[in-house]
Design a binder for this molecule. Structure first.
Ligand SMILES: [Zn+2]
Ligand SMILES: [Zn+2]
Length: 322
């Protein structure tokens, strides 16, 4: 009996070690990985530099980059692109308006590329800027060094989804499926290679940011993306994965919304479910299932507050002044 228990305990210890090992090797910041012929994924250094991930996609005569990144991330990605292909960068697609995805636009314009986005990205920039740019320039040298008063909007926008680029090499479809992380969330889909670049509408890890979001609508946006045939998901943050990244992201948002809704129905106030230290939220009593633990991190109390405000004020969090 004792021996059996010891064996079970050591099996659990081994499994736990394995799980830790897998999680630890998932993230490979600053590396470039080939996903399919002519398709590369560069994982951004989020912890140290705040960078997003980038995709580098080779067409017949040119390259398409997914996300402009911050200015310093744009330069690193441009270097990475030069290493994998000698073709020029023609388009850079901003998946959304956040600084870590769009503030590098001027770097790409100077390099001769055309920045491209769904029209909702340009509209979000009008809504939130130049306030955020000016705040970022105070803490980020790469933003300050551009000596601009405001972010550079995408040079080309489209409003009919999907916008398509196609040549003999491959087809790229740029989709808008609705308001999830921001009002402008764009996806890039490669039907032949079954690759989906999801921006921050689907991340692989505890990287969700809900301030500009529509939490209730988020799973519906993912559901539209899940209708595509997908083998590879290249998220805005975290390592590359498969369809499980979409499934987990949707499940996280669904669980977050329903757990907060249940607390609201029980008559709980915001102070009952999140704990403050100064003006920072440090913990929450809201618990989600083990199935979404990959998405649960230090940001959970903020995500709970945003969802609470969304539910009690009956409008998407992004529509509440913030
Ligand atoms: Zn974002
Ligand atoms: Zn991001």
């Amino acid at each position: 009996m004792m021996q059996r228990r010891m064996w079970i305990l050591s099996l659990f210890a081994a499994l736990a070690a394995l799980a830790f090992f897998q999680a630890a090797t998932d993230a490979q910041p600053a590396t470039v990985k080939q996903i399919a012929p002519g398709v590369w994924f560069r994982e951004g250094e989020i912890d140290t530099l705040g960078h997003c991930n980038n995709a580098i996609i080779e067409m017949n005569d040119y390259l398409v980059i997914v996300d402009a990144n911050f200015p310093s991330g744009a330069r690193l990605t441009l270097q990475a692109a030069k290493k994998v292909s000698n073709k020029p960068v023609k388009y850079v697609f901003d998946t959304h308006h956040h600084g870590d995805h769009a503030y590098g636009n001027p770097v790409w314009t100077e390099a001769g590329a055309t920045t491209l986005a769904y029209k909702g990205v340009a509209e979000e920039l009008k809504r939130y800027e130049p306030k955020r740019w000016q705040a970022e320039a105070k803490v980020r040298k790469d933003v300050a060094d551009l000596k601009l008063a405001a972010p550079e909007p995408p040079k080309q926008t489209f409003d009919k989804s999907p916008f398509i680029l196609k040549d003999d090499t491959r087809e790229l479809r740029f989709y808008f499926f609705g308001w999830a992380h921001t009002r402008g969330d764009g996806f890039v889909y490669l039907p032949k290679e079954k690759v989906l670049c999801s921006g921050d509408a689907a991340v692989n890890g505890p990287f969700n940011y809900t301030a500009d979001a529509n939490v209730a609508n988020w799973p519906k946006v993912i559901a539209a993306a899940q209708k595509l045939e997908v083998a590879h998901v290249l998220p805005g943050h975290g390592g590359p994965g498969g369809k499980e990244v979409l499934d987990g992201q949707a499940r996280f948002m669904t669980e977050l919304h329903s757990a907060v809704q249940a607390a609201v129905r029980q008559g709980k106030k915001l102070d009952d479910i999140v704990k403050k230290q100064g003006d920072k939220l440090v913990s929450t009593s809201i618990q989600l299932s083990a199935g979404v633990k990959n998405w649960v991190g230090d940001g959970l109390p903020d995500q709970v507050r945003d969802t609470y405000d969304e539910i009690t004020q009956h409008k998407p969090h992004g529509d509440i002044p913030h």
